[in-house]
Design a protein around this ligand. Structure first.
Ligand SMILES: Nc1nc2c(ncn2[C@@H]2O[C@H](COP(=O)(O)OP(=O)(O)OP(=O)(O)O)[C@@H](O)[C@H]2O)c(=O)[nH]1
Ligand SMILES: [Mg+2]
Length: 449
C-alpha cells in the first residue's frame, strides 16, 4: 500500500478546504510539509505549511495512527483556507512523496482493512449524495450496518439449510437425522420470503435515492402551470387565460414528503393538434406519460367535462394504470365551485392552484402512493443490491424445483443452488469481490473520500 493524497473538499472557494493523506508514509509526508514537526496522535495541531517557494498557509492538522484511523492506516487531515490556489499548491507539495488518490480510495482502504463491509462503504457515497430525508435516512441506516444485518439475517437460514443438505450428501452412511424433501421445501419457501421483501423495497429505495419524476398532465387551460407554480411556491412557468400557453415541458426539482422529486409541467393535450410546436409539445407530454414515476391529472373541475375531455382523461388514467404508476386527480379551480361529480376518478383531491387550497392534501396523497405510509425499516437503494437479492431469490426458487421434481437425488442440485444464493448475498457485503467489481463501485465516489 502506497501513500495517497487528495483534496477532500469540493472545488471552488470556501471558508476551509481539506487535504487528506493516507497510508504508511502519511506521517513523513505531512512532516515534509510542516517543517519536520511531529504531530501528536488524534489532536488538532496548528501548523504552517510551506514548499520550496515559501509559506503556503497556516492551518490545522490531525494525525490518526493506523490503529485508531477510520481507514485502518495512518491518516492525516489537514485543514487550510478554502482557496483553490492554496489547496492545489499544498497538494502538489504532498505529491512529491505521495500519489494522487483515486476516487473513493480512502473508503476502499477502509473496506480492505475490514473497517466497513462493502454495503457500508457504498453507504458513504449514498450519504454524500443524499438530497432528501428519505435518501439520508436510508444511507445512514446502511452505514451503521442496518442493511448488512438484514442481509446476514437472510443468509443464516440459507446457510443452515446448506449445512444440513451437505451433511446428508457427505456422510450418507452416518446417522445424521435426514432432511426430508418436505422439510427442505418448507425451509426454502421460508428463506425466500425476506429476500423478496427486501428486493421489493428497491422500487421505493430507488425513488428515495434518485427522486421521483412527477408529471402534471391534462387538458389545455386546466391549470397545470398554475399548479406547478403553486407547488414550487414561485412563478416558474408562464400562466395565461388562453389555452395552449405551455409548449415545452418544464422540469423543476422539488421535495415531496421527504422524497426528492422533479415536477414536470407539460403542454395541454387535445385531439388533432395543428402547428408544429403544438404537435411537438403534445409528443413530449405523451413521452412523460410513459416515463414519469407518478402523475397528477389536472382537471378544470369548475367546467363540465365534454367528450374530448373525458377521452383524454381516460387515456391518461389508462396509460398510468397500465404501468402501475401512481396517479392523483387534481380537481382544480375549486374556488369557482364544482360543476359535476368525481365519477370514479382515481385519488381525487380538490385544489385551487390560484388560492393554494388543497396543496397539502395533494402532496400527502402523492407521497403516500409513492412511498406508502409506513416505509420499511431497511430500504434497498442500489441496483447492485437489488440484483444480488433477486439472484439469491431465484437460486432458492431453483433449489425448490430441484427438490420438488428430482425425487430421490435432489440433495446435489439443491446444495448447488443454495451455495449460489449464499454467494450472491455475500457479494453485497463484499465477500470475494473482484478487482473490477470494486473498481466499478468506488469509481463513483468523489476523490478524497
Ligand atoms: N379561478 C381559478 N383559476 C385558475 C386556477 N388555476 C388556474 N387558473 C387560471 O386558468 C388559466 C390557465 O392556467 P394555466 O396554469 O396557464 O393552465 P395550463 O393547464 O398550464 O394551460 P396550458 O399551458 O395552456 O395547457 C389561467 O388564467 C389561470 O389563472 C384556479 O385554481 N382557480
Ligand atoms: Mg401551462
Amino acid at each position: 500500500m502506497d501513500t495517497i493524497a487528495a483534496i477532500a473538499t469540493p472545488p471552488g472557494e470556501g471558508a476551509l478546504g481539506m487535504i487528506r493523506l493516507g497510508g504508511p508514509g502519511a506521517r513523513q509526508v505531512i512532516a515534509s510539509m510542516i517543517g519536520e514537526r511531529e504531530l501528536s496522535p488524534r489532536q488538532a495541531c496548528r501548523v504552517s505549511v510551506s514548499d520550496e517557494k515559501g509559506t503556503i498557509d497556516e492551518g490545522v492538522a490531525v494525525f490518526y495512527p493506523a490503529e485508531s484511523s477510520p481507514i485502518g492506516e495512518d491518516l492525516v487531515e489537514l485543514s487550510l483556507h478554502g482557496s483553490p490556489y492554496i489547496l492545489s499548491r499544498a497538494l502538489a507539495r504532498a505529491l512529491v512523496r505521495a500519489r494522487l488518490a483515486r476516487p473513493g480510495e480512502f473508503t476502499q482502504r477502509a473496506f480492505l482493512a475490514g473497517k466497513l463491509d462493502l454495503a457500508q462503504a457504498e453507504a458513504v457515497c449514498s450519504l454524500i449524495r443524499s438530497r432528501s430525508e428519505a435518501a439520508h435516512r436510508a444511507a445512514l441506516r446502511q452505514l451503521s450496518g442496518g442493511l448488512s444485518q438484514a442481509i446476514r439475517d437472510c443468509r443464516r437460514p440459507i446457510f443452515e439449510l446448506l449445512v444440513r443438505v451437505e451433511a446428508c450428501l457427505d456422510h450418507p452412511e452416518e446417522d445424521i437425522p435426514s432432511l426430508t424433501a418436505e422439510q427442505a421445501c418448507a425451509a426454502l419457501r421460508q428463506a425466500r420470503q425476506p429476500l423478496l421483501r427486501l428486493a421489493d423495497s428497491f422500487s421505493q429505495g430507488r425513488l428515495a435515492a434518485e427522486g421521483a419524476r412527477i408529471a402534471l398532465l391534462g387538458r389545455p387551460n386546466a391549470g397545470k402551470s398554475s399548479l406547478l407554480n403553486a407547488l414550487l411556491g414561485r412563478e416558474r412557468a408562464i400562466v395565461q387565460p388562453t389555452p395552449g400557453t405551455t409548449r415545452d415541458t418544464i422540469e423543476e426539482p422539488s421535495e415531496l414528503q421527504g422524497l426528492p422529486a422533479v415536477l414536470i409541467d407539460t403542454a395541454g393535450l387535445r385531439e388533432g393538434g395543428v402547428d408544429g410546436a403544438e404537435r411537438e409539445g403534445a409528443r413530449r407530454s405523451r413521452a412523460e406519460l410513459g416515463d414519469c414515476d407518478a402523475a397528477v391529472l389536472v382537471i378544470d373541475a369548475a367546467r363540465r367535462p365534454e367528450g374530448e375531455d373525458r377521452r383524454i382523461h381516460d387515456g391518461i388514467i389508462e396509460a398510468l394504470a397500465r404501468r402501475r404508476a401512481p396517479l392523483v386527480c387534481a380537481l382544480n379551480k375549486s374556488d369557482l365551485g364544482r360543476a359535476w361529480e368525481e365519477e370514479g376518478l382515481p385519488n381525487p383531491v380538490a385544489v385551487s392552484a390560484l388560492r393554494g387550497d388543497g396543496l397539502e392534501e395533494l402532496r400527502r396523497t402523492l407521497g403516500g402512493l409513492l412511498v406508502g405510509t409506513q416505509p420499511p425499516p431497511v430500504l434497498i437503494t442500489s441496483a447492485r443490491h437489488a440484483a444480488a437479492l433477486q439472484k439469491a431469490a431465484s437460486e432458492l426458487e431453483e433449489a425448490l424445483s430441484a427438490v420438488e421434481y428430482h425425487g430421490a437425488r435432489w440433495e446435489d442440485r439443491a446444495a448447488c443452488h443454495l451455495r449460489e444464493a449464499d454467494r450472491a448475498l455475500g457479494l453485497i457485503l463484499g465477500e470475494n469481490a473482484g478487482e473490477d467489481a470494486l473498481h466499478a463501485i468506488f469509481s463513483r465516489f468523489c476523490v478524497g473520500k
